[in-house]
Design a protein around this ligand. Sequence first.
Ligand SMILES: [Zn+2]
Length: 278
Amino acid sequence: MWSGRMSVKGLNLGKEYVKLNPKEVLCAEYCPDSKLIEISVKIRNIPGAFTTVIKTLYERKIRLCSGFHTVSREGDTALIGAFIDISHSDVQAKDIVRELESLDEVLEVNVSEKVFNSMIIDSLHFPLLVSGERSFTFRVETFGSIVESLYEKFGTGAAVVLYQMGVSAGEDKARNVLNNYRMDKLDVLRLILAERTAKGWCVAEVEEFNDRGATLTVRELFECLPFKGRKEEAFSQFFRGYLAGIFENILNTSVSVTEVECIAKGDPACKFIVQARG
Ligand SMILES: [Zn+2]
């Protein structure tokens, strides 16, 4: 599997047809015409518990809006966090708390009625965890503005900084995966790239992979997206460095990474060629 030139395009064919739906993180909702409140309900992780809570709300004409359901690491409890619309119900927040607390399946109930200018913001959950790891989110446009101001202040030096930031992040990620999982190097790469999609970075596919390098097609890359069609040349530095950091660890040699196509210069996707040096 590992040595020799190998095209993995055929293995990925099915992937192109998978429809990807967006994933919303519970954060805020604009609600000028409804009465939204927020609930955070800890339940026993037993069959039917989730349904009982939702049914209890529906019986009171409470509409479930955005939310999440997460099982604890230990597996014995689960958390339901949601914005709920009580405008068609005759119950108040305190009644909902009392009613949910009376259920055997429910361990804890918290409610927030805080609304900021017709906008409800999640104020019952912190920290934000992704796969159990403390995380924070950044708007793609915000990242674009930061990159733009870095270039304004430091000229081409900004590219070096961004590239090095990417290398460090890629190295950390690859070491972490290599230390924790025993798997084929191509699978390590696939795992890391699949996680980029889950974390909202991009949708990356390995077109070719061998012990001398790889070719990757990367769609919707957060780094280039704010500059779509606005640049003369390929624009990625951070992700280019990230790939270098990953490949240097999984191939165990220094590599060069070139972005040959880029959405910033009007291509349909960003394309990276990774080549082992020497
Ligand atoms: Zn690009």
